[in-house]
Design a protein around this ligand. Sequence first.
Ligand code: PMP
Length: 488
Amino acid sequence: MTTPDLRALLRAPEQVPSTASAPPTAATPTMPASGAPATPAMPAMPAMPASGVPAAPAEVPTTPPAEVPGLPTTAQPGVFSPESARKDVPILHRTVNGQPLVWLDNGATTQKPRQVIEAVSAYYSAANSNIHRGAHTMAREATELYEAGRTAVAQFLGAPSPDTIMFVRGTTEAVNLVAQSWGRAHLGPGDDILVPVLEHHSNIVPWQLIAEETRARVVPVPLTPDGEIDQDAYADLLSARTQMVVVSQASNVLGTVPPVREMTALAHRYGAKVLVDGAQAVAHMPVDVQALGADFYAFSGHKLFAPTGIGALYATPGAMAEMRPWQGGGNMIESVSFERTTFAAMPHMMEAGTGHISGVVGLLAAIDWLRGFDQQAVAAYEEALMSYAMQAMATVPGLEVIGSAAQRIAVMTFTLAGHDPASVADWLDKDGIAVRAGHHCAQPALAHYGLESAARASFALYNTSGEVDQLVASLRRLQQAGQGAEGA
Ligand code: PMP
């Protein structure tokens, strides 16, 4: 075979011209050539036994310790060390406002490991071509990479075949795709679409748009005071009218992890389809779409350490058979004439136009990177980090965490008495700590708590207990400084 092993090529980017060693420009944050952290060694998580059950944190320091022990450099069986991920992510070693960056805005987007950055760079340096339609070597190579990405996504999601995976821009586009391509053909007057109140706007508004067009109804499924989806209300709302149930596998604002599998099984008893929004789940828990039973599963690459502008939609063959083209153009057809146009087989029928090929390459590299870690150990680590953070945050006077679901991901949305969320985020930013403030594109979920806005710290596998300490210390300083110091 004359075609090079492109996946190997992308894993060994030093073989192709790289800009990685270019000197930093004025706008580039300074980073040592070795890629080693410019900041002091990160503190270790509270000791976690090999069982994965976190030891209770001793005392939560109010200021970061001046000297902290280094993290173990060699992996311990069953224990995940955040340093093993941090060392790969260059941006985590920059400074912001003169302080080491503390990136706690992972719910908005995750930072990228050099394996992803270099794969995209290697693709453009060595393999760039349009795909599918080209008759030359490089078109074939790019096609191979693109389809390798599809296979990697299928494996990552536990899907039965790459043919069940459609590439999209992200979760938002995936939901719009289903609403338009499946919804327009299947929804009509008197039909219900069940949408839990905790959903992201991107899993509400596309349904409102298609409901308006088809005269179907969007029916909100209420939440309990803890921020769980009210399962009794859900069961009551299901009926023969229900055509679609949508649900996030993890809420971006409350962190809630609903019983998606059970909800899906119940919806199927009524003949409804189920779309699962995996945007916040994919980076935090192993996903198995077949075990979930979902008809559709959507996620965004950029929340999974991959580039922006690429994501995937899984659909079962049965659901795919019920989808109509939603965008027309190149790549999605079999033949075109003014008399009769026929369409390509799925999943290509849903991928009109030139796809985000370098994005797929980056997504492939991100999946490879993430799968290099023990997924169960990562999940246990994040759980331990979250419980540490919950206890630490409870020591900040006037701080209230929104939502207390039994199962949740490492997302903490909070208010601080006497300070509006935007000024809390501003204050933290001056300490180099990035959190998000606002409505988090989940206004109904916040309204459930009588709020229009809140601050949110969202964690990923590369965050540390030392960063939690820095967050807590900064918030305590803000509280001590009082309202007069807001934004100072
Ligand atoms: N659903 C959830 C739960 C999200 O958190 C997000 C992003 N914040 C989205 C959907 C939309 O993702 P994207 O903007 O990448 O399409």
